[in-house]
Design a protein around this ligand. Structure first.
Ligand SMILES: Nc1nc2c(c(=O)[nH]1)N=C([C@H](O)[C@H](O)COP(=O)(O)OP(=O)(O)OP(=O)(O)O)CN2
Ligand code: ZN
Length: 122
């Protein structure tokens, strides 16, 4: 089994209730995102999937989040835009985009600061 990882970023605003009181105020983060996919087989080029293809998928997802007020996006009306739910959203969105047979999202980590992140394992 191979696992590939790419890094990406987006900047966005959010508000969280039921966490720390200060999080109820509108504020933002520069999220760093680690996306991992897994696959058992290498293609004729000797890779699981071209990093460029993976980066293209993730770039499209980052575009939906970048410079947005996350609470206003339909997906986050039900599930609050915590780092955990952002990781779930990114993982599900990416899995829906992947066309390559045998390729699956293995984990997504969302860093909301230099010392705090959440990881989702689908
Ligand atoms: N499990 C989670 N906990 C918290 C989340 C989250 O997404 N998942 N999010 C927040 C807020 O986004 C908040 O903005 C975090 O801000 P921060 O300034 O980093 O808050 P801290 O008090 O944790 O850190 P300091 O070092 O005191 O600044 C909160 N929790
Ligand atoms: Zn926050």
């Amino acid at each position: 089994m191979f696992e590939l990882k790419i890094l990406s970023h987006f900047a966005a605003a959010h508000q969280l209730t039921m966490v720390a009181k200060k999080c109820e105020n509108l504020h933002g983060h520069n999220w760093k995102v680690e996306v991992c996919v897994k696959g058992e087989r290498l293609n004729d080029a000797g890779v699981v999937v071209d990093f460029g293809i993976l980066k293209g998928y993730v770039k499209e997802i980052m575009g939906r989040l970048d410079h947005k007020f996350l609470n206003e996006l339909p997906y986050f009306e039900k599930d609050a835009p915590s780092s955990e739910n952002l990781a779930v959203y990114i993982a599900k969105s990416l899995q829906e985009m992947i066309k390559e047979p045998g390729l699956a999202v293995s984990r997504v980590t969302t860093w909301e600061s230099e010392d705090a992140c959440a990881t989702y394992f689908p």
